[in-house]
Design a protein around this ligand. Structure first.
Ligand code: KE4
Length: 429
């Protein structure tokens, strides 16, 4: 496989854009090698600027559940563009997508659209603070909720629950109200409520995808809900990634725990920039201009993006067998990886939730970020590079999640398994 044009493009990009990319994970830093510069997408495939084709298991980090250039989404965007790109004024498309999502998510009674998942989470947290009149929030180590200051935190020293900044440029003052708990560990959350004078909300990825795929235990979520109720804190499900990827009606429908607010993104934009946050009507009533909690955005509810999101979600809602089909393929892929790992004595942990799949090069099950960090990231990097050379495009980090889209066929799954087994044979050295 030749990648000369990507190499040249990457060299040029690094002169113009920090790291040559507009989002850090795309630089392949954790796996090594040259990021492929993409010319186009077609169904299940990415085609790079050296005309190499890859079966795409990233799908723009989740949005493209129908693959690249889905005809109905493309036609909806083209039709919307003919009426104008943006108005900065309300359109019926925003109400249509709002009505559609509200009809699907039991916990969402009202919703506000923004342009990214980061914006959705940042706004939901401000709303929770404004509603409860409390300042402190709880997040979980290993969960990622976008790059707003208060959420770029790492575990403090020792047993301290209060976080410290995980990025230069974030003042300690901006994270002093953020407490950290351990995923799937209810005692660590209880400790946060003991340590804090008042917690506004607990935010969690109920199906975590940013430490690799690590779903929260059902019982843990139920205990989390009870703890939030006991202390009067709001529970926020960050489903920017898992929303419309794990199932139709949200994590609440498969875990039995109902959040007060939900954040969404990715699939609800069909590949265009859309984020959203929504939930209980009494909470959303505090949002400007109805209430005092300010939040705004020039391109929020952009009509072209709404058209893409409407086409995507309508197509999902019309296809009742969608998640069953995608989950069957995801399970077949992970079963193939497991079989190959056993054959070649490679430690591998896998999991699936709907169209989401994850695998860790580890001998131990993964229930939280500390477990995930035990993975063999060197082995992952070798696997990633070899699969890429074989024409299979996986997430360029051990701590990400893979996705199945409708354009990925059973034959592509079998070809992927065959390629993986050949690579596992080499990995065991
Ligand atoms: P964006 O601001 O990137 O649209 O969304 C932030 C976000 C919020 N919440 C969850 C659960 C998320 O997964 C994300 C973004 N996900 C990453 C992939 N792990 C986006 C890829 C990237 O950062 O380039």
């Amino acid at each position: 496989m030749t990648i000369n044009h990507s190499q040249e493009a990457f060299t040029k990009a690094q002169e113009l854009i920090p790291g040559g990319v507009n989002s850090p994970v795309r630089a392949f830093k954790s796996v090594g090698g040259i990021p492929r510069f993409i010319a186009s997408g077609e169904g299940a495939y990415l085609i790079d600027i050296d005309d190499n084709r890859y079966v795409d298991y990233v799908q723009s980090w989740g949005p493209l559940i129908f693959g690249h250039r889905d005809e109905s989404i493309e036609n909806a965007v083209i039709e919307a563009v003919k009426h104008g790109l943006s108005f900065g004024a309300p359109t019926e498309a925003e109400s249509d997508l709002a009505e559609l999502i509200i009809s699907i998510y039991d916990s969402i009674e009202k919703i506000r659209f923004v342009s990214s998942g980061t914006e959705a989470v940042m706004s939901a947290i401000r709303l929770a603070r404004g509603f409860t009149l409390r300042d402190d929030i709880v997040k979980f180590t290993g969960c990622y909720h976008g790059h707003s200051d208060a959420l770029l935190v790492q575990a403090g020293s020792g047993a301290a629950t209060f976080g410290t900044p995980s990025s230069p440029g974030v003042p300690a003052d901006f994270t002093k109200h953020t407490l950290l708990a351990d995923y799937n560990n209810i005692e660590s959350v209880r400790q946060c409520f003991v340590d804090s004078p008042g917690i506004a909300c607990v935010i969690i990825e109920p199906i975590a995808g940013n430490m690799g795929l690590v779903p929260a235990d059902k019982d843990f979520l139920a205990q989390l809900r009870a703890l939030c109720d006991e202390y009067g804190a709001l529970l926020i499900f960050d489903e920017v990634m898992s929303g419309f990827r794990a199932c139709l009606h949200g994590a609440e429908s498969i875990t039995g725990t109902k959040p007060d607010l939900v954040t969404l993104g990715k699939v609800i934009g069909g590949g265009m920039p859309v984020g959203a946050f929504g939930g209980r009507r009494d909470i959303m009533a505090h949002l400007s201009p109805e209430g005092g909690v300010y939040q705004a955005g020039t391109l929020s509810g952009n009509p072209v993006a709404m058209a893409a999101g409407l086409a995507s979600i309508r197509k999902i809602k019309q296809n009742s067998r969608l998640y069953g089909i995608l989950e069957t393929r995801a399970k077949r892929l992970m079963q193939g990886f497991n079989d190959a790992a056993i054959k070649h004595n490679i430690g591998l942990q896998t999991d699936v939730r709907g169209s989401m799949f994850g695998f860790f090069f580890s001998d131990e099950p993964v229930h939280n970020f500390a477990d995930a960090l035990k993975s063999d990231t060197t082995r992952f990097a070798r696997f990633h590079a070899a699969m890429l050379d074989g024409g299979f495009y996986f997430a360029c980090s051990q701590f990400e999640t893979g996705f199945i889209c409708t354009a990925i066929t059973d034959t592509m799954i079998e070809d992927t398994i065959t390629a993986a087994e050949n690579i596992f044979a080499e990995l065991k050295e």
